[in-house]
Write a protein that binds this ligand. Structure first.
Ligand code: AMP
Ligand code: MG
Length: 419
C-alpha cells in the first residue's frame, strides 16, 4: 500500500505511484472526520415540508385509525340477524352520510341507508351493499344474507392509538405523510440536515451566464457540488465563489461558519501550481494536502476552520478544481456518509461488461466515464481527462478500474457506479 500521512509537498514532488496515498486511506480519514456529523439534532417540520426527511423518533398515532366505526360500502346498515332469512324487506328509517354526525341507534327489524365512510349506527353489525338491494316506498328488499361485521371498518383496525405509524429513521415518502395526516399530525420531528457550504476557488471563475473575459470560465463546480450535496440530503447554507485570494477565501470560510455550516466543501486551489489559494490559506493551519493514487482527482485535502467562539472547528473537505475531479471526489469521499445520515439508499453499484478495451495507469484507481448499454454492457464516453464536463453529463455511470489493473479487454467485467 502507498505510504500515507504524506502531507503536502512530500506527496506532490514525487509523482511515482508509490508516493501517492491510497484512495482508501483518504476515504477513511474523511469518513473519520465526518463522524461527528452523524449525531443529528431534532427539527420539527410541517408535513408539507417533510417529504424526504428522516424521522427522529417513532411517530405514534394519538388516535385509532380509522377513528370511528364506519361503513366500507354505500348500502344499508342492518343487523345480520334481520337479513339471515333473505330475501327480506326492511323499513328504511333513516339515512346517514359521511360527516353526518352520530346517527341514532338502529332499531331491530329496520335498515338505515348509509354511505361509504359514514358512521355505522349502534346496533347495526353489517352493511348490505346497495348492489344487493332494491329500494321502494321507504322499504328496501335485500336479496341475500350477510355475516356480522361485513363491510364495517372497526376503529383501530388499521392502527391503534399509541402505536407507531412510522418508525424512527424512516425517510418520509408520500405514503408516510398520508398516514401521519390521517392521524391528525401536522408537524413531525425529523433529523436536521447536514448544513454544507460550497466554495469555488479560482480567479478565472465567473458566475454562470456572466460575459467571459479573456481566460475566464463559468463556475460549474459550485452548482454541481451544491446540487450533489442536496441530492445527498444536505442543506446548502452557502454557495459562493472566491478569487485566488487568501483573505477573500478566509472571509467566505468565516461566513460559512457564521451561517452554521458543519461541513465546508471547496473546489480548486490544492494542486501544485502557483496561486493555490486553499493550500496557501489552510496548509499553515495544519491542512492535510495530499496526492492520491487515483485519476482523475489526485490532489485532495482535508482541513478545519475555526468555529465561532466556544464551538468546534468546522471541517473543510477540499477537492481539486477540474469539474470531473471535484464531482467524483464528492461522490467518492463525502456522498456515502451524507446519504447514510439522510436515510438515502447507497448509490447503485453494479458489475457490467466492457464493450471495448480500456487502458489504465499503473497504481491509480481510474474512474472512466461510461454509458450503460442494453444487456448489462457499458461503453466508455470520451477520454480520461478531468476537464470533460460535457462528457460527464453525457455519462450515466463511472467505470472503476482498480489500481493494479492496467488493461482490460472487451468482454471483461468492470464495476460501475451509477451517476
Ligand atoms: P485548480 O484545481 O484550481 O488548479 O483547477 C484545475 C482546473 O479546474 C482549472 O482548469 C480550473 O480553471 C478548473 N476549475 C477550477 N475551479 C472550477 C470551477 N469551479 N468550475 C469549473 N472549472 C473549474
Ligand atoms: Mg485554481
Amino acid at each position: 500500500m502507498a505510504p500515507h500521512g504524506s502531507h503536502g509537498s512530500s506527496g506532490s514532488a514525487d509523482d511515482s505511484p508509490s508516493a501517492r496515498t491510497s484512495v482508501d486511506v483518504h476515504a477513511a480519514r474523511v469518513d473519520a472526520a465526518l463522524e461527528p456529523l452523524r449525531t443529528r439534532a431534532l427539527e420539527s417540520v410541517e408535513l408539507a415540508h417533510a417529504l424526504g426527511r428522516v424521522t427522529f423518533d417513532d411517530v405514534r398515532s394519538p388516535i385509532d385509525l380509522p377513528p370511528f366505526r364506519n361503513s366500507q360500502m354505500d348500502g344499508y346498515a342492518v343487523r345480520a340477524a334481520d337479513v339471515a332469512s333473505a330475501p327480506v324487506s326492511l323499513p328504511v328509517v333513516a339515512e346517514v352520510a359521511a360527516a353526518a354526525g352520530a346517527p341514532a341507534p338502529l332499531r331491530p327489524g329496520t335498515a338505515v341507508k348509509i354511505m361509504t365512510g359514514a358512521p355505522v349506527p349502534e346496533g347495526a353489525d353489517t352493511i348490505v351493499p346497495v348492489e344487493d338491494t332494491l329500494a321502494a316506498n321507504d322499504y328496501v328488499s335485500i336479496s341475500r344474507g350477510r355475516e356480522a361485521g361485513e363491510y364495517i371498518r372497526e376503529p383501530g383496525s388499521d392502527l391503534r392509538a399509541g402505536q407507531a405509524i412510522v418508525p424512527w429513521r424512516t425517510r418520509l415518502a408520500s405514503r408516510h405523510l398520508a398516514a401521519l395526516a390521517a392521524a391528525g399530525i401536522t408537524d413531525v420531528d425529523v433529523i436536521d440536515r447536514v448544513r454544507i457550504a460550497v466554495i469555488s476557488t479560482g480567479s478565472e471563475l465567473v458566475a454562470p451566464g456572466e460575459p467571459l473575459g479573456p481566460g475566464q470560465i463559468p463556475d460549474s463546480n459550485g452548482v454541481a457540488l451544491a446540487a450533489a450535496a442536496e441530492a445527498a440530503g444536505a442543506d446548502v447554507v452557502l454557495h459562493a465563489r472566491t478569487h485566488d485570494d487568501p483573505p477573500q477565501l478566509a472571509a467566505l470560510l468565516d461566513e460559512a461558519v457564521a451561517l452554521g455550516a458543519e461541513l465546508i466543501l471547496t473546489s480548486g486551489g490544492i494542486s501544485m501550481g502557483d496561486h493555490e489559494v486553499v493550500r496557501e490559506l489552510l496548509e499553515p493551519l495544519g491542512a492535510v494536502v495530499d496526492v492520491l493514487a487515483m485519476q482523475p482527482g489526485g490532489p485532495q485535502a482535508l482541513a478545519s476552520w475555526p468555529g465561532l467562539e466556544g464551538t468546534a472547528a468546522v471541517l473543510v473537505v477540499c477537492f481539486p478544481g477540474n469539474p470531473v475531479s471535484s464531482q467524483l471526489s464528492f461522490e467518492l469521499f463525502v456522498a456515502p456518509a451524507l446519504r447514510e445520515i439522510a436515510g438515502l439508499p447507497e448509490a447503485g453499484r453494479e458489475t457490467r461488461v466492457l464493450d471495448s478495451a480500456v487502458r489504465s495507469i499503473t497504481g491509480r484507481r481510474q474512474f472512466l466515464r461510461g454509458r450503460r448499454t442494453d444487456g448489462g454492457g457499458v461503453t466508455t464516453v470520451a477520454g480520461p481527462s478531468s476537464h470533460l464536463v460535457a462528457a460527464l453529463a453525457a455519462s450515466d455511470v463511472l467505470i472503476v478500474i482498480p489500481e493494479d489493473v492496467t488493461e482490460l479487454a472487451a468482454g471483461d467485467s468492470v464495476e460501475t457506479w451509477e451517476l
